[in-house]
Design a protein around this ligand. Structure first.
Ligand SMILES: C[S@@+](CC[C@H](N)C(=O)[O-])C[C@H]1O[C@@H](n2cnc3c(N)ncnc32)[C@H](O)[C@@H]1O
Length: 254
């Protein structure tokens, strides 16, 4: 396992800096077509066309973000389109039980919950009291059903104590917290998710820094992610079938 050296992040495990509007646009494309829209502009277009009134277009979801902002909670949640992608995922695999690691103010949780059937279950893990409090207010405001259960405390100890729900294992786990323990979160998630279930790991690219280079100076987040990728490589497909997707857009290259 590699040694942590430095961190580039705020508490949420994501860069707190606002992404530069153009920084995720492939330079090859920018060089060929200086007038090409930025990836954020494309996100705006897609959002204007695709956000559903009960999901990304739900005004209570936006109000939840405002409440988070008023309480100086960092704006490091998924984008509306990413959130709605989680909803699509929940529905397309017919998920009934979802586990989330990293609640923040409950924005992604709201998308996950809204996509579940009424008899479903959603558990979300958060270390920060204020984040949990605001998330709880946001869940009430959005009248979520199933109502997300917040487990306050360090995610790894919560995960180790968490039992497989009586109705059956989780169908989907969304991992979106600190990256330095991500391999452990992943392994615990494997214990809790059903065979054939889905685990989504957010922010696994670090603007490309996961790739070792001659001038390598990995952050603790990059080291954490590399530990996970090494584990998956070593597993050799015995336990998991995985893929990696680079995204661009309002949340930059991730
Ligand atoms: C990127 S934010 C989650 C964003 C949220 N999933 C969303 O998209 O709306 C990460 C969250 O993980 C929490 N977190 C960081 N370290 C943690 C830990 N060790 N245990 C539990 N939660 C942790 C942070 O407090 C923060 O609220």
């Amino acid at each position: 396992m590699s040694t942590p050296r430095r961190s580039s992040q705020g508490i949420g495990g994501k860069d707190t800096q606002q992404p530069n509007k153009d920084d995720a646009l492939p330079s090859e494309l920018r060089a060929k077509d200086a007038d090409a829209p930025t990836t954020s502009e494309v996100d705006d277009y897609l959002a204007s066309k695709l956000l559903h009134p009960s999901f990304g277009g739900d005004p209570t979801f936006s109000k939840g973000l405002e409440r988070a902002n008023e309480n100086t909670i960092p704006q490091i949640q998924v984008s509306p389109l990413q959130g709605q992608f989680l909803s699509v995922l929940v529905k397309s695999i017919g998920a009934e039980r979802v586990l989330e690691i990293g609640t923040l103010a409950g924005y992604s949780t709201s998308f996950l919950s809204r996509a579940l059937p009424a008899h479903g279950q959603i558990d979300t893990l958060e270390i920060n009291d204020l984040h949990a409090k605001i998330a709880q207010e946001n869940f009430l405001e959005s009248d979520l059903f199933p109502f997300p259960k917040i487990h306050l405390g360090p995610a790894l100890s919560t995960l180790k104590k968490l039992q497989i729900p009586e109705e059956g294992p989780y169908d989907l786990v969304f991992i979106d917290a600190n990256k330095d323990q991500i391999k452990d979160y992943f392994i615990e998630s494997l214990r809790l998710v059903r065979k054939g279930g889905t685990i989504v790991v957010d922010n696994a690219i670090r603007k490309g820094r996961i790739v070792p280079s001659a001038k390598d100076d990995p952050t603790i987040e990059v080291n954490g992610l590399r530990d996970l990728f090494d584990w998956i490589e070593k597993d050799g497909g015995k336990t998991v079938l995985s893929s990696g997707i680079q995204t661009v857009g309002a949340k930059s290259w991730e």
